[in-house]
Design a protein around this ligand. Structure first.
Ligand code: 5GP
Length: 215
C-alpha cells in the first residue's frame, strides 16, 4: 500500500525512527511524507528554540520554555531528548507515540542521532532508518552551499557530518536522498513492508535493493 487514509490490518504498527547527518534533508523528506502519505502518523517534538516564520505551535513543534522542557524531562514525559547543535533542546513526547502505535498507525520520528540512539535503548524493536546523502561531495555542497558560515564554522560542521555519516552502520536500513519524492517513497515502503523473521542462515546478512536497503 503506497497511500491511503487508514492503516489496514496488514500495516505493521512498529515505530520508525528517521535520522541522518546534518543537512541531508531529513526535515524535507519527513514533510513530504506528511503531505503525501496520510496513513503515517508524525510525532510533534517539543523544542526550546523559537518558532521560525510560518511555523505553528502544535503543528511543526510544541514550542516551550526551558523550564517547561525541564519539567517534562523530570516527569518522564519524553521518550528521548537531546540538545541539538549546542543551541536548543528537543524531545519526543512519549504518550502520543504510544497512542499512535496502539491505534495501529505506522509512526514516524524525525530526530537527531543522539535521540535515535536513546530510542534504540528503550524500543529496540523500532525500525531505524538512516537518510544518507548521494555522496560526501553532495553533503559538503549542501552544508557549505549557503556560504553564510565562517571557515571555522564550516570546518566544524564538516567534522560533525563526517562523524554522523559513520553512524549509518548502526541503523537497520539506509535510504539515499537522491530526490525527495523517491526517498519518501522508499521510507514509507520500508515502514509498511512486512518484515518476516529472518531465516537462521540469513540473520545478520544485508539484503540491499537498489536505493533503500535493510540490514
Ligand atoms: P530544526 O530546529 O532545524 O527544526 O531541527 C534541528 C534538528 O533537531 C534536526 O536534526 C531534527 O532532526 C532534530 N530534532 C527535531 N525534533 C527532535 C526531537 O524530538 N528529538 C531529537 N533528538 N532531535 C530532534
Amino acid at each position: 500500500m503506497a497511500t491511503g487514509n487508514v492503516a489496514d490490518a496488514s500495516t505493521p504498527t512498529r515505530l520508525t525512527v528517521l535520522a541522518g547527518p546534518t543537512a541531508v534533508g531529513k526535515g524535507t523528506v519527513a514533510a513530504y511524507v506528511r503531505a503525501h502519505y496520510p496513513q503515517v502518523w508524525h510525532s510533534v517534538s517539543v523544542t526550546t528554540r523559537p518558532p521560525r516564520p510560518g511555523e505553528r505551535d502544535g503543528e511543526h513543534y510544541h514550542f516551550v520554555s526551558a523550564q517547561e522542557f525541564a519539567a517534562m524531562v523530570d516527569a518522564g514525559e519524553l521518550l528521548e531528548c537531546a540538545v541539538v547543535h549546542g543551541r536548543a533542546s528537543y524531545g519526543t513526547p512519549r504518550a502520543p507515540v504510544i497512542r499512535a502505535l496502539e491505534q495501529g498507525r505506522p509512526a514516524l520520528l524525525e530526530i537527531d542521532l543522539q535521540g535515535a540512539r536513546q530510542v534504540k535503548r528503550v524500543m529496540p524493536d523500532a525500525l531505524f532508518v538512516f537518510l544518507a546523502p548521494p555522496s560526501w561531495e553532495e553533503l559538503v555542497a549542501r552544508l557549505v552551499g549557503r556560504g553564510t558560515e565562517s571557515p571555522a564554522e564550516r570546518e566544524a560542521r564538516l567534522a560533525t557530518a563526517r562523524v554522523e555519516l559513520a553512524a549509518a552502520q548502526e541503523f537497520d536500513a539506509v535510504v539515499v536522498n537522491h530526490a525527495v519524492e523517491q526517498a519518501a517513497a522508499d521510507l514509507v515502503s520500508l515502514m509498511t513492508a512486512h518484515v518476516p523473521a529472518p531465516a537462521p542462515h540469513e540473520a545478520g546478512q544485508a539484503v540491499p535493493p537498489e536505493r533503500a536497503h535493510r540490514r
